[in-house]
Design a protein around this ligand. Structure first.
Ligand SMILES: CC(C)(COP(=O)(O)OP(=O)(O)OC[C@H]1O[C@@H](n2cnc3c(N)ncnc32)[C@H](O)[C@@H]1OP(=O)(O)O)[C@@H](O)C(=O)NCCC(=O)NCCS
Length: 172
């Protein structure tokens, strides 16, 4: 696909209509470690916070996210941001700008109410680390042993406000 063709449409996920394509994308992926049941649970939880990239009438990529709130030290109001739960593009549609379009859709939701996006990337997933760096995310922290296989993840952040570097008190 030509990056500029506009043939890909980013839209909110419709569980009934998109379930089949999303499961197909996840299960066709060699990186997949998610069971169908886990994905269904995640989909139900993310009903209002999931988008798909549609091409030719089917979803070829998806992104799940949820709002997150950090209670800050006394004197600072709560900060809101977005936790990017997962993003995936069907193998044969990768490197065509589709992942970047979904992340751009997510960053467009930021404003004075929500000022950051975070994502945890397995430290061995070089492609995803490069992808998020290319979208303006920066590495914040190594999270030890947080993956199902006991591996480490890199916490990456995208911020539109400098003050977001203030250390949080409580994360909810
Ligand atoms: C990560 C992923 C979503 C990227 O989607 P994509 O549609 O292929 O990405 P894009 O085409 O929008 O790429 C945007 C930029 O990311 C970087 N990038 C993407 N794929 C890359 C690769 N294989 N190697 C190096 N850099 C890459 C490039 O800088 C690229 O810009 P360019 O095309 O101008 O060089 C996709 O590779 C994927 O589904 N991976 C498997 C699932 C996964 O690992 N998800 C992340 C879990 S945290």
């Amino acid at each position: 696909m030509d990056k500029e063709s506009g043939a890909t449409r980013i839209r909110p996920m419709d569980i009934g209509r998109d379930m089949h394509s999303v499961l197909g994308t996840e299960q066709a992926s060699s990186e997949n470690t998610t069971t169908k049941e886990e994905l269904l649970r995640r989909l139900r939880r993310c009903n209002s916070a999931a988008m798909v990239a549609e091409q030719g009438g089917g979803a070829v990529g998806f992104l799940f996210w949820r709002g997150k709130r950090i209670i800050r030290a006394k004197g600072f109001g709560p900060k809101r941001g977005i936790h990017l739960i997962s993003i995936m593009v069907r193998q044969e549609y990768r490197k065509q700008g589709i992942g970047a379009r979904m992340v751009a859709e997510l960053t467009s939701k930021l404003g004075h109410n929500r000022t950051w996006i975070e994502v945890e990337v397995p430290e061995t997933n070089r492609v995803a680390l490069d992808f998020f760096r290319s979208q303006g995310f920066v590495e914040k922290q190594v999270l030890q042993n947080v993956l199902k296989n006991g591996g480490n993840a890199i916490l990456m952040h995208y911020n539109i406000a400098e003050s977001d570097d203030v250390k949080p008190d409580i994360v909810v």
